[in-house]
Write a protein that binds this ligand. Structure first.
Ligand code: BGC
Length: 459
Protein backbone atom coordinates (compact mmCIF):
# COMPACT_ATOMS: atom_id res chain seq x y z
CA UNK A 1 0.00 0.00 0.00
CA UNK A 2 1.47 3.40 -0.94
CA UNK A 3 1.83 6.20 1.61
CA UNK A 4 -0.92 8.07 -0.19
CA UNK A 5 -3.23 5.09 0.12
CA UNK A 6 -2.45 4.72 3.78
CA UNK A 7 -3.20 8.39 4.32
CA UNK A 8 -6.40 7.96 2.37
CA UNK A 9 -7.40 5.03 4.57
CA UNK A 10 -6.62 6.98 7.74
CA UNK A 11 -8.68 9.91 6.53
CA UNK A 12 -11.55 7.57 5.89
CA UNK A 13 -11.16 6.62 2.27
CA UNK A 14 -14.49 4.84 1.77
CA UNK A 15 -14.96 1.42 3.26
CA UNK A 16 -11.24 0.68 3.67
CA UNK A 17 -11.22 2.75 6.84
CA UNK A 18 -13.26 -0.03 8.43
CA UNK A 19 -10.19 -2.29 8.34
CA UNK A 20 -8.13 0.25 10.29
CA UNK A 21 -10.89 0.65 12.87
CA UNK A 22 -11.34 -3.11 13.27
CA UNK A 23 -7.62 -3.79 13.53
CA UNK A 24 -7.26 -1.15 16.23
CA UNK A 25 -10.21 -2.51 18.20
CA UNK A 26 -8.84 -6.04 17.80
CA UNK A 27 -5.89 -4.99 20.01
CA UNK A 28 -8.36 -5.79 22.78
CA UNK A 29 -8.01 -9.39 21.64
CA UNK A 30 -4.22 -9.15 21.60
CA UNK A 31 -4.18 -8.01 25.22
CA UNK A 32 -6.71 -10.70 26.19
CA UNK A 33 -4.52 -13.41 24.60
CA UNK A 34 -1.20 -12.03 25.82
CA UNK A 35 -2.30 -11.54 29.40
CA UNK A 36 -3.87 -15.00 29.66
CA UNK A 37 -0.86 -16.71 28.02
CA UNK A 38 2.02 -14.93 29.75
CA UNK A 39 1.43 -16.31 33.23
CA UNK A 40 2.33 -19.90 32.28
CA UNK A 41 5.97 -18.87 31.77
CA UNK A 42 6.17 -16.04 34.30
CA UNK A 43 4.80 -18.22 37.05
CA UNK A 44 7.81 -20.57 37.01
CA UNK A 45 10.04 -17.68 38.09
CA UNK A 46 7.59 -15.94 40.41
CA UNK A 47 7.76 -19.11 42.49
CA UNK A 48 11.48 -18.50 42.97
CA UNK A 49 10.98 -14.90 44.14
CA UNK A 50 8.28 -15.34 46.77
CA UNK A 51 7.32 -17.96 49.29
CA UNK A 52 3.69 -18.87 48.63
CA UNK A 53 1.12 -21.41 49.76
CA UNK A 54 -0.41 -23.60 47.01
CA UNK A 55 -3.66 -21.68 47.46
CA UNK A 56 -1.96 -18.35 46.75
CA UNK A 57 -0.23 -19.94 43.74
CA UNK A 58 -3.65 -20.95 42.44
CA UNK A 59 -4.97 -17.44 43.00
CA UNK A 60 -2.10 -15.92 41.03
CA UNK A 61 -2.68 -18.20 38.04
CA UNK A 62 -6.47 -18.21 38.00
CA UNK A 63 -6.92 -14.73 39.52
CA UNK A 64 -7.06 -13.25 36.04
CA UNK A 65 -9.99 -15.47 35.13
CA UNK A 66 -11.87 -14.55 38.29
CA UNK A 67 -11.09 -10.89 37.57
CA UNK A 68 -12.24 -11.38 33.98
CA UNK A 69 -15.56 -12.81 35.13
CA UNK A 70 -16.01 -9.72 37.34
CA UNK A 71 -14.94 -7.43 34.48
CA UNK A 72 -17.39 -9.10 32.12
CA UNK A 73 -20.15 -8.81 34.73
CA UNK A 74 -19.90 -5.02 34.81
CA UNK A 75 -18.44 -4.54 31.32
CA UNK A 76 -21.67 -5.30 29.50
CA UNK A 77 -23.65 -2.63 31.32
CA UNK A 78 -20.76 -0.20 31.03
CA UNK A 79 -20.67 -0.77 27.26
CA UNK A 80 -24.36 0.14 27.06
CA UNK A 81 -23.97 3.20 29.32
CA UNK A 82 -20.56 4.70 28.49
CA UNK A 83 -20.46 3.63 24.87
CA UNK A 84 -18.22 1.08 23.22
CA UNK A 85 -15.28 3.35 22.53
CA UNK A 86 -14.99 4.79 26.02
CA UNK A 87 -15.08 1.30 27.50
CA UNK A 88 -12.22 0.25 25.20
CA UNK A 89 -10.25 3.26 26.43
CA UNK A 90 -11.02 2.32 30.01
CA UNK A 91 -10.00 -1.30 29.37
CA UNK A 92 -6.65 -0.11 27.98
CA UNK A 93 -6.01 2.02 31.06
CA UNK A 94 -6.92 -0.82 33.40
CA UNK A 95 -4.65 -3.18 31.41
CA UNK A 96 -1.82 -0.71 31.86
CA UNK A 97 -2.39 -0.32 35.59
CA UNK A 98 -2.66 -4.10 36.07
CA UNK A 99 0.52 -4.88 34.11
CA UNK A 100 2.44 -2.09 35.86
CA UNK A 101 1.32 -3.23 39.29
CA UNK A 102 2.42 -6.81 38.58
CA UNK A 103 5.76 -5.72 37.12
CA UNK A 104 6.76 -3.71 40.19
CA UNK A 105 4.99 -5.78 42.87
CA UNK A 106 7.21 -5.85 45.98
CA UNK A 107 5.16 -8.60 47.62
CA UNK A 108 2.53 -11.27 46.98
CA UNK A 109 -0.61 -9.28 47.95
CA UNK A 110 0.28 -6.54 45.46
CA UNK A 111 1.05 -9.12 42.79
CA UNK A 112 -2.34 -10.72 43.36
CA UNK A 113 -3.99 -7.29 43.23
CA UNK A 114 -2.26 -6.59 39.89
CA UNK A 115 -3.40 -9.92 38.50
CA UNK A 116 -7.00 -9.25 39.53
CA UNK A 117 -6.91 -5.74 38.02
CA UNK A 118 -5.46 -7.21 34.85
CA UNK A 119 -8.26 -9.78 34.86
CA UNK A 120 -10.91 -7.07 35.05
CA UNK A 121 -9.39 -5.49 31.94
CA UNK A 122 -9.39 -8.86 30.17
CA UNK A 123 -13.10 -9.17 31.03
CA UNK A 124 -13.87 -5.71 29.60
CA UNK A 125 -11.82 -6.41 26.48
CA UNK A 126 -13.39 -9.79 25.84
CA UNK A 127 -16.83 -8.18 25.54
CA UNK A 128 -16.19 -4.84 24.00
CA UNK A 129 -13.74 -5.89 21.26
CA UNK A 130 -16.13 -8.15 19.33
CA UNK A 131 -19.12 -5.95 20.24
CA UNK A 132 -17.64 -2.77 18.80
CA UNK A 133 -16.36 -4.38 15.61
CA UNK A 134 -19.59 -6.23 14.87
CA UNK A 135 -21.59 -3.00 15.25
CA UNK A 136 -19.40 -0.92 13.02
CA UNK A 137 -18.79 -3.55 10.29
CA UNK A 138 -20.89 -3.88 7.13
CA UNK A 139 -22.88 -7.17 7.17
CA UNK A 140 -21.12 -8.84 4.21
CA UNK A 141 -17.76 -8.86 5.99
CA UNK A 142 -18.88 -8.66 9.61
CA UNK A 143 -17.89 -12.26 10.39
CA UNK A 144 -14.34 -11.88 9.15
CA UNK A 145 -13.80 -8.48 10.76
CA UNK A 146 -15.24 -9.47 14.13
CA UNK A 147 -13.15 -12.63 14.12
CA UNK A 148 -10.06 -10.43 13.75
CA UNK A 149 -10.46 -10.03 17.49
CA UNK A 150 -10.11 -13.78 18.02
CA UNK A 151 -7.15 -13.81 15.61
CA UNK A 152 -5.49 -11.27 17.87
CA UNK A 153 -6.33 -13.41 20.92
CA UNK A 154 -4.43 -16.30 19.33
CA UNK A 155 -1.61 -13.99 18.25
CA UNK A 156 -1.42 -12.59 21.78
CA UNK A 157 -1.08 -16.12 23.17
CA UNK A 158 1.66 -16.91 20.65
CA UNK A 159 3.53 -13.68 21.38
CA UNK A 160 3.31 -14.44 25.11
CA UNK A 161 4.95 -17.84 24.47
CA UNK A 162 7.79 -16.05 22.66
CA UNK A 163 8.17 -13.37 25.32
CA UNK A 164 8.28 -16.10 27.96
CA UNK A 165 10.95 -17.84 25.96
CA UNK A 166 12.97 -14.63 25.46
CA UNK A 167 13.06 -13.70 29.16
CA UNK A 168 13.26 -17.27 30.47
CA UNK A 169 17.06 -17.43 30.68
CA UNK A 170 17.19 -14.31 32.80
CA UNK A 171 14.14 -15.45 34.79
CA UNK A 172 12.83 -11.92 34.25
CA UNK A 173 9.19 -12.41 35.17
CA UNK A 174 8.68 -8.68 35.86
CA UNK A 175 9.56 -7.92 32.25
CA UNK A 176 7.28 -10.69 31.01
CA UNK A 177 4.29 -9.31 32.90
CA UNK A 178 5.23 -5.67 32.26
CA UNK A 179 5.41 -6.23 28.49
CA UNK A 180 1.59 -6.01 28.42
CA UNK A 181 1.91 -2.25 28.99
CA UNK A 182 3.08 -1.72 25.40
CA UNK A 183 -0.07 -2.84 23.54
CA UNK A 184 -2.16 -1.19 26.27
CA UNK A 185 -0.64 2.21 25.46
CA UNK A 186 -1.11 1.69 21.71
CA UNK A 187 -4.75 0.76 22.26
CA UNK A 188 -5.43 3.73 24.57
CA UNK A 189 -3.96 6.24 22.14
CA UNK A 190 -5.31 4.55 19.00
CA UNK A 191 -8.91 4.12 20.07
CA UNK A 192 -9.26 7.85 20.72
CA UNK A 193 -8.80 8.37 16.99
CA UNK A 194 -11.50 5.83 16.10
CA UNK A 195 -15.22 6.62 15.78
CA UNK A 196 -17.97 5.43 18.17
CA UNK A 197 -20.26 2.55 17.15
CA UNK A 198 -22.98 3.99 14.88
CA UNK A 199 -25.56 1.65 16.40
CA UNK A 200 -24.85 2.84 19.92
CA UNK A 201 -24.97 6.48 18.74
CA UNK A 202 -28.36 5.97 17.10
CA UNK A 203 -29.68 4.30 20.20
CA UNK A 204 -28.69 7.43 22.13
CA UNK A 205 -30.43 9.61 19.53
CA UNK A 206 -27.15 11.02 18.17
CA UNK A 207 -28.18 10.61 14.53
CA UNK A 208 -25.82 13.12 12.94
CA UNK A 209 -22.76 11.57 14.56
CA UNK A 210 -23.93 8.10 13.52
CA UNK A 211 -24.42 9.30 9.94
CA UNK A 212 -20.90 10.72 9.91
CA UNK A 213 -19.45 7.40 11.13
CA UNK A 214 -21.40 5.40 8.55
CA UNK A 215 -20.29 7.76 5.79
CA UNK A 216 -16.70 7.07 6.76
CA UNK A 217 -17.10 3.31 6.99
CA UNK A 218 -19.50 2.52 4.09
CA UNK A 219 -19.28 3.14 0.39
CA UNK A 220 -23.07 3.00 -0.05
CA UNK A 221 -26.41 2.33 1.62
CA UNK A 222 -25.91 4.70 4.58
CA UNK A 223 -29.45 6.12 4.70
CA UNK A 224 -31.04 2.66 4.40
CA UNK A 225 -28.89 1.41 7.24
CA UNK A 226 -29.81 4.37 9.45
CA UNK A 227 -33.50 3.81 8.75
CA UNK A 228 -33.17 0.13 9.58
CA UNK A 229 -31.31 0.72 12.85
CA UNK A 230 -33.76 3.46 13.88
CA UNK A 231 -36.68 1.17 13.29
CA UNK A 232 -35.14 -1.38 15.66
CA UNK A 233 -34.43 1.32 18.23
CA UNK A 234 -38.09 2.42 18.07
CA UNK A 235 -39.30 -1.08 18.86
CA UNK A 236 -37.32 -1.44 22.03
CA UNK A 237 -38.55 -0.87 25.52
CA UNK A 238 -36.33 0.08 28.44
CA UNK A 239 -33.19 -1.94 28.59
CA UNK A 240 -31.81 -3.62 31.64
CA UNK A 241 -30.88 -6.98 33.00
CA UNK A 242 -34.51 -7.87 33.75
CA UNK A 243 -35.29 -7.51 30.05
CA UNK A 244 -33.01 -10.42 29.32
CA UNK A 245 -35.62 -12.70 30.84
CA UNK A 246 -38.31 -11.81 28.30
CA UNK A 247 -39.54 -15.01 26.64
CA UNK A 248 -38.68 -13.93 23.08
CA UNK A 249 -35.03 -13.52 24.08
CA UNK A 250 -34.77 -16.97 25.59
CA UNK A 251 -33.58 -18.84 22.47
CA UNK A 252 -30.74 -16.35 21.96
CA UNK A 253 -29.78 -16.61 25.62
CA UNK A 254 -29.74 -20.42 25.45
CA UNK A 255 -27.51 -20.32 22.35
CA UNK A 256 -25.08 -17.83 23.92
CA UNK A 257 -24.85 -19.54 27.30
CA UNK A 258 -24.56 -22.99 25.72
CA UNK A 259 -21.75 -21.95 23.39
CA UNK A 260 -20.00 -20.08 26.22
CA UNK A 261 -19.87 -23.18 28.37
CA UNK A 262 -19.10 -25.64 25.54
CA UNK A 263 -16.24 -23.42 24.35
CA UNK A 264 -14.55 -24.10 27.68
CA UNK A 265 -15.66 -27.53 28.92
CA UNK A 266 -14.41 -29.14 25.73
CA UNK A 267 -10.91 -28.56 27.07
CA UNK A 268 -9.16 -25.91 24.95
CA UNK A 269 -7.47 -24.21 27.87
CA UNK A 270 -6.30 -27.48 29.37
CA UNK A 271 -4.16 -27.54 26.23
CA UNK A 272 -3.40 -23.80 25.95
CA UNK A 273 -2.42 -23.39 29.61
CA UNK A 274 -0.91 -26.81 30.28
CA UNK A 275 0.60 -27.75 26.90
CA UNK A 276 4.20 -28.15 28.12
CA UNK A 277 3.10 -30.42 30.95
CA UNK A 278 0.97 -32.60 28.64
CA UNK A 279 3.72 -32.74 26.04
CA UNK A 280 6.38 -33.68 28.55
CA UNK A 281 4.25 -36.64 29.53
CA UNK A 282 4.33 -37.83 25.91
CA UNK A 283 8.04 -38.47 26.38
CA UNK A 284 9.41 -35.23 24.92
CA UNK A 285 12.23 -33.42 26.71
CA UNK A 286 11.77 -29.95 28.20
CA UNK A 287 13.07 -27.97 25.21
CA UNK A 288 11.19 -30.04 22.64
CA UNK A 289 7.97 -29.66 24.56
CA UNK A 290 8.41 -25.88 24.74
CA UNK A 291 9.01 -25.81 20.99
CA UNK A 292 5.97 -27.99 20.38
CA UNK A 293 3.99 -25.56 22.57
CA UNK A 294 5.04 -22.73 20.26
CA UNK A 295 3.86 -24.97 17.39
CA UNK A 296 0.46 -25.30 19.04
CA UNK A 297 0.28 -21.52 19.46
CA UNK A 298 1.20 -21.03 15.80
CA UNK A 299 -1.34 -23.50 14.48
CA UNK A 300 -4.00 -21.78 16.56
CA UNK A 301 -3.19 -18.51 14.75
CA UNK A 302 -3.02 -20.10 11.28
CA UNK A 303 -6.33 -21.93 11.56
CA UNK A 304 -8.02 -18.79 12.87
CA UNK A 305 -6.92 -17.07 9.66
CA UNK A 306 -8.56 -19.92 7.73
CA UNK A 307 -11.75 -19.45 9.74
CA UNK A 308 -11.77 -15.72 8.98
CA UNK A 309 -11.45 -16.44 5.27
CA UNK A 310 -14.37 -18.88 5.41
CA UNK A 311 -16.82 -17.50 7.94
CA UNK A 312 -18.68 -15.07 5.68
CA UNK A 313 -18.77 -17.59 2.83
CA UNK A 314 -19.62 -20.96 4.33
CA UNK A 315 -21.36 -19.48 7.37
CA UNK A 316 -21.17 -19.86 11.13
CA UNK A 317 -23.06 -23.12 11.55
CA UNK A 318 -20.98 -25.18 9.14
CA UNK A 319 -17.72 -24.01 10.69
CA UNK A 320 -19.04 -24.87 14.14
CA UNK A 321 -20.25 -28.30 13.10
CA UNK A 322 -16.98 -29.23 11.37
CA UNK A 323 -14.92 -27.72 14.19
CA UNK A 324 -16.73 -29.39 17.08
CA UNK A 325 -17.02 -32.66 15.13
CA UNK A 326 -13.25 -32.64 14.65
CA UNK A 327 -12.72 -31.97 18.35
CA UNK A 328 -14.80 -35.04 19.23
CA UNK A 329 -12.66 -37.19 16.91
CA UNK A 330 -9.27 -35.87 18.06
CA UNK A 331 -10.22 -36.13 21.73
CA UNK A 332 -11.24 -39.75 21.20
CA UNK A 333 -7.82 -40.42 19.66
CA UNK A 334 -6.06 -38.61 22.53
CA UNK A 335 -7.97 -40.59 25.15
CA UNK A 336 -7.04 -43.83 23.40
CA UNK A 337 -3.38 -43.00 22.83
CA UNK A 338 -2.84 -42.00 26.45
CA UNK A 339 -4.62 -45.17 27.53
CA UNK A 340 -2.40 -47.55 25.56
CA UNK A 341 0.49 -49.16 27.43
CA UNK A 342 4.09 -48.39 26.52
CA UNK A 343 3.33 -44.75 25.86
CA UNK A 344 6.08 -42.77 24.10
CA UNK A 345 7.91 -42.96 20.75
CA UNK A 346 5.44 -43.34 17.89
CA UNK A 347 2.43 -42.96 20.16
CA UNK A 348 3.96 -39.75 21.50
CA UNK A 349 4.05 -38.38 17.98
CA UNK A 350 0.43 -39.36 17.37
CA UNK A 351 -0.53 -37.69 20.64
CA UNK A 352 1.25 -34.48 19.67
CA UNK A 353 -0.30 -34.49 16.19
CA UNK A 354 -3.74 -35.04 17.72
CA UNK A 355 -3.22 -32.16 20.14
CA UNK A 356 -2.37 -29.91 17.20
CA UNK A 357 -5.39 -31.12 15.23
CA UNK A 358 -7.59 -30.59 18.27
CA UNK A 359 -6.44 -26.97 18.54
CA UNK A 360 -6.95 -26.54 14.77
CA UNK A 361 -10.56 -27.71 14.99
CA UNK A 362 -11.17 -25.35 17.92
CA UNK A 363 -9.64 -22.51 15.93
CA UNK A 364 -11.90 -22.93 12.92
CA UNK A 365 -15.05 -23.36 14.99
CA UNK A 366 -15.76 -22.67 18.65
CA UNK A 367 -12.83 -20.23 19.05
CA UNK A 368 -13.89 -17.45 16.69
CA UNK A 369 -17.52 -18.36 16.06
CA UNK A 370 -18.58 -18.20 19.72
CA UNK A 371 -17.39 -14.59 20.11
CA UNK A 372 -18.83 -13.68 16.73
CA UNK A 373 -22.29 -15.14 17.32
CA UNK A 374 -22.73 -13.56 20.73
CA UNK A 375 -22.03 -10.17 19.20
CA UNK A 376 -24.70 -10.79 16.53
CA UNK A 377 -27.68 -12.54 18.07
CA UNK A 378 -28.74 -10.06 20.77
CA UNK A 379 -31.03 -7.10 20.19
CA UNK A 380 -29.40 -3.70 20.33
CA UNK A 381 -31.17 -2.62 23.52
CA UNK A 382 -29.67 -5.44 25.58
CA UNK A 383 -26.65 -6.38 23.48
CA UNK A 384 -24.05 -5.20 26.00
CA UNK A 385 -25.80 -6.73 29.02
CA UNK A 386 -26.53 -10.01 27.23
CA UNK A 387 -22.93 -10.33 26.10
CA UNK A 388 -21.91 -9.56 29.67
CA UNK A 389 -23.94 -12.42 31.10
CA UNK A 390 -22.74 -14.86 28.45
CA UNK A 391 -19.11 -13.79 28.82
CA UNK A 392 -19.28 -14.23 32.61
CA UNK A 393 -20.43 -17.80 31.96
CA UNK A 394 -17.48 -18.27 29.58
CA UNK A 395 -14.94 -17.05 32.16
CA UNK A 396 -16.62 -19.02 34.94
CA UNK A 397 -16.36 -22.23 32.90
CA UNK A 398 -12.76 -21.35 31.97
CA UNK A 399 -11.87 -20.90 35.66
CA UNK A 400 -13.49 -24.21 36.53
CA UNK A 401 -11.66 -26.18 33.84
CA UNK A 402 -8.26 -24.65 34.55
CA UNK A 403 -8.62 -25.29 38.28
CA UNK A 404 -9.97 -28.80 37.78
CA UNK A 405 -7.67 -30.05 35.02
CA UNK A 406 -4.74 -30.93 37.32
CA UNK A 407 -7.16 -32.41 39.85
CA UNK A 408 -8.86 -34.51 37.15
CA UNK A 409 -5.68 -35.87 35.61
CA UNK A 410 -4.42 -36.78 39.09
CA UNK A 411 -7.78 -38.28 40.09
CA UNK A 412 -9.26 -40.12 37.09
CA UNK A 413 -6.11 -40.07 34.91
CA UNK A 414 -5.21 -38.37 31.63
CA UNK A 415 -7.07 -40.76 29.25
CA UNK A 416 -10.36 -40.41 31.13
CA UNK A 417 -9.92 -36.64 31.31
CA UNK A 418 -9.65 -36.48 27.51
CA UNK A 419 -12.61 -38.82 27.14
CA UNK A 420 -14.59 -36.55 29.41
CA UNK A 421 -13.73 -33.56 27.22
CA UNK A 422 -14.68 -35.71 24.21
CA UNK A 423 -18.06 -36.49 25.73
CA UNK A 424 -18.66 -32.79 26.40
CA UNK A 425 -17.75 -32.07 22.75
CA UNK A 426 -20.22 -34.68 21.56
CA UNK A 427 -23.02 -33.07 23.56
CA UNK A 428 -21.80 -29.70 22.21
CA UNK A 429 -22.09 -31.01 18.66
CA UNK A 430 -25.71 -31.99 19.20
CA UNK A 431 -26.34 -28.61 20.82
CA UNK A 432 -24.91 -26.72 17.84
CA UNK A 433 -26.86 -28.83 15.36
CA UNK A 434 -30.10 -28.36 17.27
CA UNK A 435 -29.96 -24.71 18.44
CA UNK A 436 -27.43 -22.48 16.70
CA UNK A 437 -28.83 -20.16 14.01
CA UNK A 438 -27.11 -19.01 10.81
CA UNK A 439 -26.43 -15.27 10.75
CA UNK A 440 -24.15 -15.02 7.71
CA UNK A 441 -24.65 -11.95 5.51
CA UNK A 442 -27.68 -10.60 7.40
CA UNK A 443 -27.94 -7.23 9.08
CA UNK A 444 -28.03 -7.21 12.87
CA UNK A 445 -31.49 -5.65 12.58
CA UNK A 446 -32.80 -8.51 10.41
CA UNK A 447 -31.43 -11.02 12.93
CA UNK A 448 -33.25 -9.13 15.70
CA UNK A 449 -36.46 -9.02 13.69
CA UNK A 450 -36.42 -12.79 13.29
CA UNK A 451 -35.92 -13.22 16.98
CA UNK A 452 -38.93 -11.00 17.70
CA UNK A 453 -41.06 -12.97 15.32
CA UNK A 454 -39.62 -16.20 16.59
CA UNK A 455 -38.65 -17.34 13.14
CA UNK A 456 -36.02 -20.03 13.03
CA UNK A 457 -32.76 -18.72 11.61
CA UNK A 458 -31.51 -22.13 10.50
CA UNK A 459 -30.23 -22.31 6.94
C1 BGC B 1 -11.20 -18.56 24.31
C2 BGC B 1 -10.05 -18.63 25.26
C3 BGC B 1 -8.94 -19.45 24.65
C4 BGC B 1 -8.57 -18.92 23.28
C5 BGC B 1 -7.59 -19.82 22.60
C6 BGC B 1 -10.73 -17.97 23.02
O1 BGC B 1 -11.79 -17.91 22.11
O2 BGC B 1 -12.25 -17.78 24.85
O3 BGC B 1 -10.49 -19.20 26.47
O4 BGC B 1 -7.80 -19.44 25.47
O5 BGC B 1 -9.71 -18.79 22.48
O6 BGC B 1 -7.29 -19.39 21.32
Amino acid sequence: MSTENIRDVMRGGGDRFIYVVSAMAALNGLLFGFDTGIISGAFLFIQDSFVMSPFVEGVIVSGAMAGAAAGAAIGGQLADRLGRRRLIFLAAIVFFVGSFTMAVAPNVPILVAGRLIDGVAIGFASIVGPLYISEIAPPEIRGGLTSLNQLMVTLGILISYFVNFAFADAGAWRWMLGAGMVPAVILAVGILKMPESPRWLLEKGRTEEARAVLNRTRSEGVEEEIAEIEETVDKQSDSGLRDLLQPWLRPALVVGLGLAVFQQITGINAVIYYAPTILESTGFGGVTSILATVGIGAINVIMTVVAIALVDRVGRRKLLLVGVGGMVATLAVLGTVFYLPGFGGFLGIIATASLMLFVSFFAIGLGPVFWLLISEIYPLSVRGSAMGVVTVANWGANLLVSLLFPVLTAGIGTPSTFWLFGLCSLVGLVFVYRFVPETKGRTLEAIEDDLRQNISMMD
